[in-house]
Design a protein around this ligand. Structure first.
Ligand SMILES: Nc1ncnc2c1ncn2[C@@H]1O[C@H](COP(=O)(O)OP(=O)(O)OP(=O)(O)O)[C@@H](O)[C@H]1O
Ligand SMILES: [Mg+2]
Length: 293
């Protein structure tokens, strides 16, 4: 084949695949938002972060990974026709289940009250990763709202993500549970990069105290430093927005909590994600499924 012919061949066959891989490799920041203790604000934080990112022009997918007890649809006041359950059962493909939310966020809703979703099988985990990797649309961010605790599904989604934001409130139990979750992910699954976000703090002093106590514990007992992403103050506008089934940043953009969320999101955007040591991995590293079973 002459040189022009080779170039044509590359353009038609090789280039699209290469471009697709580039789009899906490393360019999407996959971030899990998680916590040891429940009710610390993960769902509100993840949904508002997705909205703020979207408003900044970042293409964002919000994945409700509290499978079995989904909440994202409730706080957004949407009633999606299909959800993750339909995708995993093979009834729908992922793009059919993804819906558009406020500010142009793309949302993959989950199912509530579906017992079989509470424990995803190995096959379902593979299907989900395949479907996410196969999405035609390119995303800058994929935010994953996990359930609380150290159940199998929570570990799976945290390990699937490249970055983990641990949310903790100033309550002592939230702190000990955050430590327990980090310990399990670090010792059992070799997760290394944790970022702490303190929610519902009275002020920056109280939030700094939470970070100091948690990082002292991880440094001392696990020899593992953790990063501090910032804090969101306790703000009555958060439950107010929840009752309206609207996003805080949409209905109360000038509230203290909403402004802090925007600052944290800006910081998150400035933070350079770790380079992927293996260029062949797509969104996710499938080896986590074996480790997680
Ligand atoms: N900064 C805040 N100030 C005041 N209330 C807040 C704040 N953040 C969250 N809340 C309230 O805390 C409650 C729990 O929030 P959310 O559902 O987001 O937590 P979660 O961590 O996702 O819970 P779960 O573990 O059950 O999934 C909600 O009623 C919400 O209004
Ligand atoms: Mg939640």
């Amino acid at each position: 084949m002459d040189q022009a012919g080779m170039l044509r061949e590359m353009k038609t066959n090789v280039m699209p695949a290469a471009i697709r891989q580039k789009r899906h490799n490393g360019n999407t920041r996959v971030i899990a938002v998680t916590s040891g203790k429940g009710g610390v604000g993960k769902t509100n934080i993840t949904a508002n972060f997705a909205y703020i990112l979207s408003k900044m022009g970042k293409r964002t997918l919000l994945l409700d990974a509290d499978v079995g007890l989904a909440n994202i649809d409730v706080i957004l006041g949407i009633t999606p026709k299909y959800n993750l359950h339909h995708v995993l059962s093979g009834e729908k493909n992922l793009s059919e289940a993804v819906v558009e939310g406020p500010g142009g966020i793309k949302i993959l809703p989950s199912a509530s009250g579906v017992q079989e979703m509470a424990e995803l099988s190995k096959g379902q985990k593979f299907t989900l990763l395949e479907e996410l990797d196969g999405l035609d649309e390119a995303f800058d961010f994929m935010l994953i709202d996990t359930a609380a605790g150290i159940a199998d599904n929570v570990i799976y989604f945290n390990m699937a993500a490249k970055e983990i934001i641990v949310v903790a409130s100033p309550e002592p139990t939230s702190l000990t549970d955050a430590y327990a979750l980090i310990k399990v992910l670090y010792q059992g699954y070799a997760a290394k990069r944790f970022t702490l976000l303190v929610n519902m703090a009275k002020n920056s002093n109280e939030a700094d105290g939470v970070y100091t106590r948690l990082s002292n514990a991880t440094n001392h007992f696990l020899d593992l430093p953790i990063e501090y992403l910032g804090y969101i103050p306790h703000d009555q506008n958060v439950p107010k927005a929840v009752r309206k089934q609207k996003l805080l940043s949409e209905v109360f953009p000038d509230s203290k909590a909403s402004k802090s969320m925007s600052e944290v999101v800006e910081k998150l955007c400035r933070k350079q994600p770790e380079n992927h040591e293996n260029g062949t991995i797509k969104f996710f590293d499938r080896s986590i499924i074996d480790k997680n079973n």
